[in-house]
Design a protein around this ligand. Structure first.
Ligand SMILES: NC(=O)c1ccc[n+]([C@@H]2O[C@H](COP(=O)([O-])OP(=O)(O)OC[C@H]3O[C@@H](n4cnc5c(N)ncnc54)[C@H](O)[C@@H]3O)[C@@H](O)[C@H]2O)c1
Length: 258
């Protein structure tokens, strides 16, 4: 049974690894035996996380919108370890509030904010997949996991336009990449989280009234803790999911079943 979920000897990269879901995913890949390279824009948070994980961890301060640095960092991890087995494109940012507030309405969306969210939430996911694919095609194995959102599966009253658009685009990027890479034994899947208690949007979801608003959308009646992403992340990274590719799976307390 343990063979289904072991990542012993594997090399993994996680973007946005210093907080929230990226941190939880990094912890679980590490606990399953992988060497994990943690990429994040936040140097202080990154060094704290690396200190708490201990051995088999590398860190790189990378803004994922810096495409050449992102590509070079992924190449360097693959070359140092001699293989690249798991890549999690997780880094993402909010696009501000949804259309129920004035600031979230279509005519209030500013070009600069739109462009930054597209760069971080979509273009960086593509570049991460592209850089990973280069190595994984050659070695004829690998797992790519992209973090989308339930906001990419349907309209979402609590999220801004650029967030909804980029998270939907990531889901089709997963399908498209999965089709090309299937012949190389590289599996590509997505995770679509519902509301989790993380630091996104400055930790806005931790405010009691905001938490209550999100919880009211969830059939299980609450928001999730970051640890609750670990099971699906481990499944998609491990031998247990050897016949899964091209899917994006919701971890949403039942939201998508409504
Ligand atoms: N928390 C939720 O409710 C929720 C729901 C659905 C999807 N998601 C997605 O989960 C992913 C992780 O978000 P989170 O909720 O854990 O947020 P978080 O803010 O707690 O963590 C995000 C991490 O990404 C890093 N980051 C941000 N911009 C970066 C950049 N340009 N380059 C490198 N690193 C960068 C941050 O420093 C932080 O460590 C995001 O893609 C987010 O859209 C979150």
């Amino acid at each position: 049974m343990n063979q289904l979920f072991t990542l012993e000897g594997k090399t993994a990269i996680v973007t946005g690894a210093a907080s929230g879901l990226g941190l939880a995913v990094s912890e679980c890949l590490h606990a399953a035996g992988a060497h994990v390279a943690l990429l994040d824009i936040d140097a202080d948070a990154l060094s704290k996380v690396a200190g708490s994980l201990g051995e088999r961890v590398k860190t790189a301060v990378v803004d994922v919108s810096d495409r050449s640095l992102l590509r070079a960092t992924i190449d360097s991890v693959a070359e140092t370890h001699g293989s690249l087995d798991i890549v999690v494109a997780n880094a993402g940012v909010t696009a501000g509030p949804g259309y129920l507030t004035d600031a979230g309405q279509i005519n209030a969306v500013e070009d600069e904010r739109w462009d930054r969210v597209v760069e971080v939430n979509l273009s960086s996911v593509f570049v991460t997949m592209q850089a990973a694919a280069k190595h994984m095609k050659q070695q004829r194995s690998g797992r790519i996991i992209a973090v989308s959102s339930v906001a990419g599966l349907r309209s979402e009253v609590m999220c801004g336009y650029a967030y909804a658009a980029t998270k939907a685009a990531v889901i089709n990027l997963v399908r498209q990449t999965a089709m090309e890479l299937a012949q190389y034994n590289v599996m590509v899947n997505g995770i679509a989280p519902g509301p989790f208690r993380t630091n996104i949007a400055g930790g806005r979801i931790r405010q009691p009234e905001v938490e209550a608003q999100f919880a009211s959308m969830v059939p299980l009646g609450r928001i999730a803790e970051p640890d609750e992403i670990k099971g699906l992340a481990l499944l998609l990274a491990s031998p247990a999911s050897s016949f899964m590719t091209g899917s994006t799976i919701a971890v949403d307390g039942g939201i998508m079943a409504k």
